[in-house]
Design a protein around this ligand. Sequence first.
Ligand code: SF4
Length: 355
Amino acid sequence: MRALKSRRSFPPRTCPTPFTWRGCCRTTDPASSRPSTARSTAATNAPWKTIGVASARYEEEGLVEFSGRTWRPAFERWTPVIEATSGCAWGRCAFCTLYEQERFRVVPLERFCRDLDELKAVVPSARRLWLTGGDPFQMGFRHLEDRALAVRDRLIKMQTIAMFASVRDIKRYSDRELHRLSLLRVGGLVIGMESVDDRTLALAGKGYTARDVTEQCLRLERAGMEYSLIYMTGLAGDGRGRATARRTVEAVNNLRPRFFGTTSLTIFPGSRFERRVREGSFATASEAERIDELIELVRGLSFRTFFDARSPTNAIPVAGLLPYDRDRILATLDHARTHIDEDALAAYRRELREP
Ligand code: SF4
């Protein structure tokens, strides 16, 4: 690790940290290339112009060391980040090629503590911390407890140690372990559930069922651990979007995620979905159908949550607090649906690239 060269604001004010919303959606910032249909219906200055690979820049700045691809949701863009893992131990999601070149690795505790000391020198009053890596919750109870204790010892005002997590990983923790981690301020889990429909989950290779999603999220709630859910439109394929969205709404209405975000399936080279499309065994959903899917979600979600469909993969960016902004979001989506330029939106999606 490099020594801290100077006391700078953290993250550096000039650092664009082009992180993307859900690590798994892996796209560059296409803000300037969104088609006019999307721009005219955009929900104000969307913070989707954010996330990406932070490692190089942070290393340039001489702050905390990053060895792998670093992702975090746009709403965490001002949260101090620290590397806890790199790569993804699962690596089998059919739409994802993000960590193909990286092996999953847990950052040794010693290095984690050194990074924490440096971070403390810059932001001693940090109340929130984002652990990087495809899925740091994979590291298991002992590793996570050690790191949470290290954070507690150094950053005494810490309230939330947030990270990506998967439904698969929550199953590995006992109720007692979840409760213990919750007491140690582990929370703010961002879960890329993608769908709560068995067929769609199997198609995506997520490694869990619809029932697992609801059971494991309820366990988090009982443990007092806050979490957010991410849904992926278009994942079920042509003609199946609305039914999948309805099934998802039915299931998640029993849950209380703090935040409900959406991404949209984008076929990246090298993914299993790309092969399926080439072989003709998977037909992608149209952009109009994806909007219908979003409408189904916004109409159906009955709990109070922040709904955010502003990641670059959402051709029509909308966001707002449900239920208060429901009508406004639906009006935007209805307008986009009526005036849709399918070719322009499809071209926009084709231009999306991994960073
Ligand atoms: S869990 Fe799936 S989507 Fe997320 S990084 Fe791993 S392979 Fe990609």
